[in-house]
Write a protein that binds this ligand. Structure first.
Ligand SMILES: Nc1ncnc2c1ncn2[C@@H]1O[C@H](COP(=O)(O)OP(=O)(O)OP(=O)(O)O)[C@@H](O)[C@H]1O
Ligand SMILES: [Mg+2]
Length: 504
């Protein structure tokens, strides 16, 4: 259906994809995995025709619909805000949909309280993405290409989408760090290896892929050992023959030795690939000083957007070292609360007060703190606290976050989703704060990096207020307190609330 032929792609002399050959068969459900920055989104952009390959071609006669990874940034422009949802889908997107069908999909996707007659501009960012997804899946293309579609979805909607994808009659190619999605809806895995820049294709779902990968590396190590033995034997034989008198034997010796050395070279290379481990991000949150015992007091805080009351009456008393999780559906006001507490948004009423010696750090969900139009290094130098560290230390820190020195001048806007997250985390780490407000910090991170972040938060002695939709992450984070929304109840955390993280 789609054939990828001899595809090679480089960016600024950096090899991203190396001579890739793949096919997508009719109705196949493919999950594309690989570490942050490996080139997954890049591959999708080539398949959908947005980017041109350096070498090779995409052969396809199929209709393709595509959801890009950082849709949220692009969708918030108010170009279509005056159109109703129905007008947007039918006139703007040219879809053959009746109002009742739109309603049906809006129900499936939990855009519940809205109707197709509501204007696009009245939707929250998350709801707009849902309408965009409806536009894409209802086109019923031969191939659906989705780049991390569940990042901004609440769990019931993500689960509905997983079921939809597994029943979808045509082909699907999806990137996701959400392993549950991978397992349920996928029958083939493409693994983009960031060391070889090749794509390895495996039959089966993500769990089967992980098991296979584990066994495969064992086999490979064994096979290489056997080959090594063979080559060594050949060299021995060559040496014995070389000691003989006859010219024929000497010639044979040289031939065998040549062959052995050739094989040895290939072997060394294969060994190098196997022994090159993926580099891991390193992160360590520390506090420069200890804050007072009372960290934060919030009293009767409320916030409206127009007629919509988002936060009604928030009350919290947080003490030093406490780990607080904020739980609630999409669009309920979690980000709004963190924006207010970080001083980036004004409340309509009520007060909040941080205690003695509090140094506050904020990780914004939309990475608002990054300047997309400037380079990696300048993003650091502009930050007063970070710039005091000096260029050398900044380079060391960036290397902990897997940015090599050649990348210092790369524009932040061109970083992959996970790389942007790593940069924001790097900046936050250098501030040595004793209180962290973190709004969905795992969104773009690959599973390994998510674990590394979790561990660093678990070692941190300061106070943390965390928003997260990931049940596993929250469970291992071991919160002390929870703020439950929309009921606005602040209480001790118990395992029973994990269900709410899962459902909302
Ligand atoms: N215009 C550009 N200039 C320089 N480098 C770029 C540009 N566009 C992409 N890159 C780099 O290419 C690499 C691959 O990026 P890509 O977005 O495809 O990664 P990804 O696998 O989708 O990662 P993630 O899981 O974080 O989304 C990254 O290191 C990225 O920084
Ligand atoms: Mg990507």
């Amino acid at each position: 259906m789609v054939q990828i032929k001899d595809l090679t792609y480089t960016i600024d002399d950096r090899l991203i994809l190396d001579d890739i050959n793949l096919v997508i068969n009719k109705g196949e459900k493919i999950g594309l995995v690989g570490v942050n920055g490996a080139g997954k989104s890049t591959l999708l952009k080539i398949i959908t025709g947005i980017n041109e390959p350096d070498k090779g071609a995409i052969l396809s006669r199929s209709s393709i619909a595509y959801l890009e990874q950082e849709i949220k940034k692009n969708i918030d422009s108010n170009k279509y805000d005056a159109l109703t949802i129905e007008e947007y889908l039918v006139l703007e997107k040219g879809l053959d949909l009746q109002a009742w069908e739109i309603s049906k999909y809006m129900n499936f996707m939990n855009v519940g309280e809205k109707t197709p007659e509501d204007v696009f501009g009245s939707l929250s960012g998350g709801q707009k993405i849902k309408i965009e997804l409806i536009a894409i899946i209802t086109q019923q293309p031969d191939l659906l290409v989705l780049d991390e579609p569940t990042n901004f979805l609440d769990i019931p909607t993500a689960e509905w989408l997983m079921r939809y994808l597994s029943d979808y009659p045509n082909a699907v190619l999806v990137v996701s760090h959400d392993l549950r999605l991978m397992n349920r809806s996928i029958d083939r895995i493409w693994y983009l290896n960031e060391i070889t820049h090749k794509v390895e294709s495996f039959n089966g779902n993500y769990d089967q892929f992980l098991k296979f990968k584990e066994r495969q590396s064992e086999w490979l190590v064994k096979a290489l050992k056997n080959q090594e033995k063979k080559v060594n034997k050949m060299i021995e034989t060559a040496q014995t023959l070389a000691g003989r008198k006859s010219a024929a034997e000497k010639i044979r010796s040289a031939k065998i030795l040549n062959k052995a050395l050739e094989q040895k070279k290939v072997l060394e290379q294969e060994k190098k690939v196997i022994n090159t481990k993926s580099r891991k991000m390193r992160i360590e949150f520390t506090a420069e000083r200890t804050s007072g015992l009372n960290v934060l007091t919030v009293k009767n805080l409320h916030k409206n957007f127009g007629e919509k009351q988002v936060l009604k009456d928030i009350n919290m008393e947080i003490t030093r070292g406490e780990r607080v999780i904020v739980v609630g559906r999409n669009g309920i006001g979690k980000t709004t609360l963190l924006k207010i507490l970080s001083g980036n948004l004004k409340q309509d009423g009520g007060t909040y007060k941080f205690g003695y010696n509090v140094d506050l750090g904020y990780y914004a969900q939309e990475l608002d703190g990054l300047d997309y139009s400037d380079s990696l290094i300048n993003n650091f130098l502009k930050d007063t606290k970070a710039s005091e560290l000096g260029r050398k230390r900044i380079m060391e820190i960036l290397s902990m976050f897997l940015f090599s020195d050649e990348r210092l001048d790369q524009k932040v806007g061109t970083l992959s989703g996970g790389e942007k997250t790593r940069l924001a985390l790097a900046k936050l780490m250098t501030q040595n704060n004793n209180v962290l407000l973190m709004d969905e910090p795992t969104t773009y991170l690959d599973p390994k990096s998510q674990n590394i972040l979790l561990e660093s938060l678990n070692h941190y002695k300061g106070t943390i207020i965390l928003v997260s939709h990931m049940p596993d992450f929250v469970d291992k984070f071991k919160p002390d307190k929870v703020l439950l929304l929309p009921e606005e109840r602040f209480t001790f955390y118990e395992d029973k609330y994990l269900v709410r993280v899962r459902q909302e």
